[in-house]
Design a protein around this ligand. Structure first.
Ligand SMILES: Cc1ncc(COP(=O)(O)O)c(C=O)c1O
Length: 422
């Protein structure tokens, strides 16, 4: 069985991370070394996770309660919870399925005099052109925050030069994972220094908690190796457990009611050590191979099948989502052929404020309801990809199609010419 969930880390790195658990290296020196991997070291800010620094950012900005933050309409729920925790109002900007960029009209409609910032997420490994969004932000005096958690492509890309903040995640299932860690680029030195002084007040992640995390993900990595993985899957299936659901829950970094307390920590020296190693040894040819694999799979898709971000100008295929009108049937057909595709996603639609139901992100909800992630992984040989393509071909009538006569994919064909853009 080919599984989607995998950890982008080699056993050699795992061994290094374990050895570093007892490291006495200076955290400040490690942070400096991480910063120096990026083009603008003085703007970089290593932290425990993207969520840690996203929370710090709002603390540092200290916007008045009720200020609004326009957000890409699909993100992980914690990003919304963090905004709300600071008594700010998240406002969704609906997405264009073709490139997963927030729709410009949706952004314009979402902006009010209370808006302070726009958070743009680059999803699935694709990168969206944010220039038009920067232009809108400039007209309204808004900050632009780029969520690159799913879009790390090597340290040469530290975010769009025009963005005020760009954030990269090295969480458990991310590219170049260190089983945790995040790096932010913050353009304004005043905001950065405020974030740094607030950060300095946080307790440092204990070695014990690093080791616990590290052990958990190492075991999960071990479990994801064939044939152990196949045996575990068979046991789960026989017992009626949903493996995918279980693993999605286990990889949540900050579970439980004390999630905010958990994320408000400085990274420990061992985590920084491993992160520094992952960045310094990152292999861009490996990323190029992943991109080529994604492009090959794209060519194997049935004619006219619609995919999120299918027209993205840059895509490194962190994951490979497709869309289906009847997703359960497609998942079942793939499973029968040994491909463990999944409908499970950590993304959720951002809810509109109660008094602005017209901003409901219909496209984002529709994408979520149709989305299936294919288990495309580096070990999958070409012939297996071709076999997966053939299964999809046999299910072509269940897949969502690009609308006939439309140059870009539109999720709501019935709305063409209607009031909704997209
Ligand atoms: C789009 C997006 N934003 C933010 C995050 C949070 O990253 P971290 O786990 O480093 O807090 C994630 C993690 O899954 C994500 O996918």
């Amino acid at each position: 069985m080919w599984l989607r969930m995998r950890f982008d880390i080699e056993w050699f790195d795992v061994a290094y991370g374990l050895c570093r658990a007892g490291t006495r290296r200076d955290r400040a020196e490690l942070e400096r070394s991480i910063r120096e991997r990026w083009p603008s070291p003085e703007q970089m800010f290593p932290c425990l996770s993207v969520r840690t620094a996203f929370d710090l950012l709002w603390k540092a900005l200290d916007f008045p309660p009720g200020s609004e933050v326009v957000m890409s309409a699909l993100t992980i729920p914690d990003m919304v919870r963090i905004v709300e925790h600071h008594r700010l109002v998240p406002v969704p900007a609906d997405l264009n399925v073709a490139d997963m960029a927030p729709d410009l009209d949706s952004i314009r409609r979402a902006i009010t005099p209370a808006t302070r910032a726009i958070v743009v997420a680059h999803l699935f490994g694709s990168r969206i052109p944010i220039e038009p969004i920067l232009e809108i932000a400039r007209q309204h005096g808004l900050l632009v925050i780029e969520d690159c958690a799913q879009a790390f492509a090597g340290c040469h890309f530290d975010g769009h030069a025009g963005a005020d903040v760009s954030m990269f995640s090295f969480g458990p299932i991310k590219t170049a994972t260190a089983f945790g860690g995040g790096v932010f680029r913050v353009g304004d030195p005043r905001i950065l220094s405020r974030m740094e002084s607030l950060h300095a007040e946080y307790p440092v992640q204990s070695r014990g908690s690093y080791l616990k995390r590290f052990a958990k993900y190492s075991v999960l990595k071990g479990m994801s190796c064939r044939p152990l993985r196949d045996a575990i899957l068979a046991v789960y299936r026989a017992a009626g457990f949903d493996y995918d659901r279980w693993i999605s829950g286990v990889v949540r970094a900050f579970p439980g009611p004390k999630w905010l307390d958990r994320l408000r920590h400085q990274p420990s020296a061992p985590l920084l050590s491993l992160l520094e190693r992952r960045l310094s040894t990152f292999d861009e040819t490996w990323l190029a191979a992943r991109t080529a694999r994604g492009n090959r799979m794209a060519r194997l898709m049935p004619d006219g099948a619609m995919r999120p971000a299918m027209n993205a100008s840059e895509h490194s295929y962190w994951v490979f989502p497709i869309l289906a009108d009847e997703p359960d049937r497609v998942v079942a057909a793939l499973a029968q052929a040994g491909f463990d595709a999944t409908r499970r996603s950590s993304l959720r639609a951002v809810e509109p404020p109660a008094d602005r139901p017209e901003l409901d992100p219909h496209h984002a909800r529709d994408i979520l309801s149709r989305m299936i992630f294919l288990p495309l992984c580096p070990e999958m040989p070409r012939r297996e990809m071709e076999r997966m393509g053939k299964i999809l071909e046999s299910q072509a009538d269940c897949l969502t199609k690009v609308s006939a006569g439309s140059e870009t994919p539109v999720l709501f064909p019935r709305m063409l010419g209607g009031s909704r853009s997209g």
